[in-house]
Design a binder for this molecule. Sequence first.
Ligand SMILES: *Cc1c(COP(=O)(O)O)cnc(C)c1O
Length: 418
Amino acid sequence: MADRKRIYLCLAHMSEAGLEQKYIKEAFDTNWVVPLGPNVNGFEKDLEEFVGQSKRVVALSAGTAAVHLALIAAGVKAGDEVIVQSFTFCASSHPITYLGATPIFVDSEKDSWNMDPELMEEAIKDRIAKTGKKPAAIIPVALYGMPYQIDRIMEIANRYDIPVIEDAAEGFGSRWNGPVLGTFGKYGVLSFNGNKMITTSGGGALITANEEEWREIMMYATQYRESYPYYQHEKIGFNYRMSNICAGIGRGQMTIVNDHIAHHKHVQAMYEELLKDVPGIKVHGNPDSRYDSNFWLCTMTIDPEVRIKGQENAYKTIVTGAVGGAAGVIHAAESAHTDCEPNANVEALRVIMDQAQIEARPLWKPMHKQPCYKDAPTYVNGVSEALFKIGMCLPAGPYVSDDDVKYIVDTIKNAIVD
Ligand SMILES: *Cc1c(COP(=O)(O)O)cnc(C)c1O
């Protein structure tokens, strides 16, 4: 089926009414082609309405920038330690290193695949014992949209008086026992990159608790300029505010965000139903009724016993492009293997799906297994590494039709050796 239209993991999808272009045109027509303006203010208001709880939101140039500013506002400095979920995309932990602080990687629990609260407390105690100082912040991550056990995490964090930065970049609109993620901790991170729940092409936002926090983040996001007729800087700031053009896309996207979330949940429900009787394959769903994932990406695990056609040839060729494109710039890999990789059956299934015009991907490789973090302290229980070996991300998003899901499921079933 080489002539079939490729099914991507999660593609940007604009409103039927083309509101994104209307807001962008307005920005040009009124000469607001700058990183502030009516679209930025309007997008922030839309986001505040969506997350509720009287939160204030700052729109930024990236989700990574939101993590960075949250760490600064939480008081993280060079030499500090920050607890972060190991099972995540690198944007959760890299900003810790931008500040000269050290990430302390904590493993996940089996149900949600997110930060294990017990292990997190163990890590806090052990860091205090070893360094005489408590970690400066805690970053749980809503992997693929799935909520973390935020009530347990907040209870422990509050007991040690450590600020929590929720990385809800993938979990925009996911809920824990009612409220949306990003509203429980001191700060909440959102991302509007091209493949996220909604997009501004690239962009992010930080959810803050009140006007005072909001003002401080706004100062940091705009080079910390004091109110004088000339440029006066009391602190080091950043050029992190969202462009008024990008925010125009965001305003249009906010008119369809609930449709997007509903569609992701619908695709998830179809995978759960259509794959439920396939031995050795398990779709990762909400563990119980407290969890309400947006299912940004749908994920499944494949038992090592499941035999996939051609798995004896998995990893025989060196991949010549970086995953996700990475601007076409890559280092030539020296070997097709690393010391921690998905099982051969997972890789074989990925290749079969790729040839069938379906984009599938391994789960995030845990940060504690990344060469760039080889010296970082880790608290592991084996969960994220085990999941990385057996897991796979499946296409979700508004462009994935019912027919596509059936085709994807058939492709998976046909790839299994009976
Ligand atoms: C996407 C993402 C971010 C933010 O990334 P940007 O591309 O900078 O918007 C942060 N954390 C996680 C877990 C993400 O997936």
